[in-house]
Design a protein around this ligand. Sequence first.
Ligand code: KG4
Ligand code: ZN
Length: 325
Amino acid sequence: MKILGIETSCDETGASIVQDGVKILSNIVSSSLPLHAKTGGIIPEVAAREQVKAMVPVLDKTLEQSHLGKNDIDAIAVTYGPGLNGSLLVGVETAKTLSYVWNKPLVPINHLVGHVYANWLDNPNPPSFPNLSLIVSGGHTELVLMIGHGKFKWLGGTRDDAAGEAFDKTARLLGLTYPGGPAIQKEAVTGDPESVNLPRPMADSKDYDFSFSGLKTAVVKIVQGNRKIKTNDFAASIQEAIVDSLLKKTLRAAKQYKVGEILLAGGVAANQRLREKAEQTFTGRIIVASPKLSVDNAAMIASAAYFNFKPISWGEVESDPGILI
Ligand code: KG4
Ligand code: ZN
């Protein structure tokens, strides 16, 4: 079965064709990132306007790259939330129109569920159940037990900033460009992660929640205090604090729920240090997609739709910006 996925929840416009949930036949992502780098963050209206312009060319390229025509497509999948509403609407309305005009089934997909399914793509040894999924993106930090396809038990999440947001906000304080995650990672390569003593808020609390606003405040105080710290050392220390906070809870949950597999998902899963430290500290198997498939893309949406094939009438599909997993 060949599914055309569409993803426009944040600043990206993505379309992809995936066969049987695992094989990527084409995958195109157009990003308005350079525009947002100038403003240091995403302006929703600007993102949505760019997506309106990019959507049809991206669809065109996706079909071209796959050498397929509309008759080869069995179904359409689209992200309906969570995300920025203006952005979501671009994808949702496009998918509804295609579903109606092409007369194809339409499957609405939760963006966070989509991130988890990136781990099934082009993976000869796909995840099994139950597994523990850590979903870490620009807007979310969620720890969930995955019991089966589409079956999640939510264990905890951030009480304030998301992990990606922590990278983005602290990077800005350090004068680095948006998005902050890749910028901090790059600086951190040559830095000493123990050079700056930073808090790991809530790392020892008994729940499975996270908190990153205290880290941001600590960084603000240091910057305002004009302490002379080299950017690479500061970046490495921030990265280590975020990675430690994420892994401590994740490893404890893995132990309590006796899972042998941890899935890392979402943009922050692209972080090299998170991958490396997860491998070093977890005795079971760490599964993580390539950095390109960890950040927003439409292939993960098409994959999720294959494994959770519940088409609904195009007239019933609506965006839902605030939905959780
Ligand atoms: O999943 P994603 O592409 O979009 C959302 O759903 O939010 O995640 C974007 C987030 C941004 O906060 C970005 O800074 C972060 O993922 N990110 C990274 C890395 N690449 C992207 N964070 C740390 N290290 C990276 N290499
Ligand atoms: Zn995302």
